[in-house]
Design a protein around this ligand. Structure first.
Ligand code: ACO
Length: 330
């Protein structure tokens, strides 16, 4: 088996549900207001997947179809599909297997990856390793989360934050100096209790009690998570810059996980880069968990040039956090 083939991103796709849930609408649901949400988080609206019977696999398949259509690619050519999600359609089978069948990628092997808001960065690292070893030539890496399925719409501290979306990339071997250059990944289970969905797994299987105690919803202790996220996202972004000898001038774009505008701003400040170089779309979509980073790549794809240096950085439940250095290939 050959080693050290560099992976490149050869296409980006996305899916956004049509329904727009505005801050104004949330004002009628919980004790909050548009100004608080915008100043504390940067969010104005988010998308919600309302169609019954559609969830993360459907959204991932739509994002994958966009990639296949753009490249006029036969789905049978896909070797592997990784879906990063914390809102799988089922605990098993994997959402990626459902996505595979929806798009007709009959020759692929497929699996899910759970790393919350760092899910896309983790999956990108896994997918690029599968290219690097020569095991695969075409890997779909998709972040898909139907956060509305685990959000308590009576809890004002969390229901304002999240939205539904899928977005992803195709990875292929690179034949030039561009591609995915480096990854740094971290995790620490000491944050487990601060950001968690307590019910439905093997420790608290679904029961009347878990439903009554609202254990199937996201539970978040906002303040400690905010502090750790601000430190973690900034630290790892600076760490990957130092490791690759990138100055602030060398970085063309910061592609941050979109959890809170204040966390994004703090990361950019620590990297000493100006706001024009920061991809921000949290105002339109909120926190779509594993989908935020590829959704930024999708929205900015027309403004990226081949050879641009991108630093991707994320922090999420687990805790998990990490950064990726990409030399843009398109
Ligand atoms: N509207 C109005 N007031 C509110 C709302 C709301 N929607 N939500 C909370 N408040 C109140 C609180 O009750 C509190 O009132 P009190 O002081 O009387 O107790 C006050 O506002 C301040 O609350 P804080 O929690 O301190 O507000 P904070 O400034 O920390 O913002 C937020 C809360 C936005 C959740 C922030 O803590 C945050 O962004 N945390 C990190 C999120 C994150 O990065 N998560 C990781 C990724 S998610 C994943 O992995 C799935």
């Amino acid at each position: 088996m050959s080693v050290n083939i560099k992976a490149k991103i050869s296409a980006v796709g996305h899916y956004l549900p049509e329904y727009v849930l505005t801050n104004k609408e949330l004002e009628a649901m919980v004790d909050t207001d548009d100004e608080w949400i915008r100043t504390r988080t940067g969010i104005s609206e988010r998308r919600i997947l309302k169609d019954p019977g559609k969830a993360s696999a459907y959204m991932a398949a739509e994002a994958a179809r966009e990639i296949l259509n753009e490249l006029d690619l036969d789905p049978k050519e896909i070797d592997a599909i990784i879906v990063a999600t914390v809102t799988p359609d089922y605990l098993f089978p994997a959402t990626a297997c459902l996505t595979q069948t929806m798009i007709g990628a009959t020759n692929a092997f497929s699996f899910d990856l759970s790393a919350a808001c760092s899910g896309f960065i983790y999956a990108l690292s896994t997918g690029s390793a599968m290219i690097s070893t020569g095991q695969c030539k075409k890997v779909l890496v998709i972040g898909s989360d139907k956060m509305s399925s685990i959000v308590d719409f009576t809890d004002r501290s969390t229901c304002i934050l999240f939205g539904d979306a899928a977005s992803g990339v195709l990875l292929e071997p690179s034949d030039d100096e561009t591609g995915i250059i480096d990854h740094i990944l971290h995790s620490s289970g000491e944050g487990a209790e601060a950001l968690i969905q307590k019910g439905g797994g093997s420790i608290n299987p679904a029961s009347h009690e878990t439903v009554d105690k609202k254990m199937h919803y996201i539970y978040q202790e906002g303040r400690p998570v905010f502090k750790r996220a601000t430190e973690g996202m900034a630290d790892v972004a600076v760490e990957i810059m130092k490791k690759n000898k990138l100055s602030a001038d060398d970085v063309d774009w910061l592609v941050p996980h979109q959890a809170n505008l204040r966390i994004i701003d703090a990361t950019a400040r620590r990297m000493d880069i100006t706001t024009e170089k920061v991809m921000i779309n949290i105002d339109k979509y909120g926190n779509t968990t594993a989908a935020t980073i590829p959704l930024c790549l999708y929205d900015w794809r027309g403004r990226l040039n081949k050879g641009d240096n991108l630093v991707l950085s994320a922090f999420g439940g687990g805790y998990t956090w990490g950064a990726t250095y990409v030399k843009w290939s398109l």
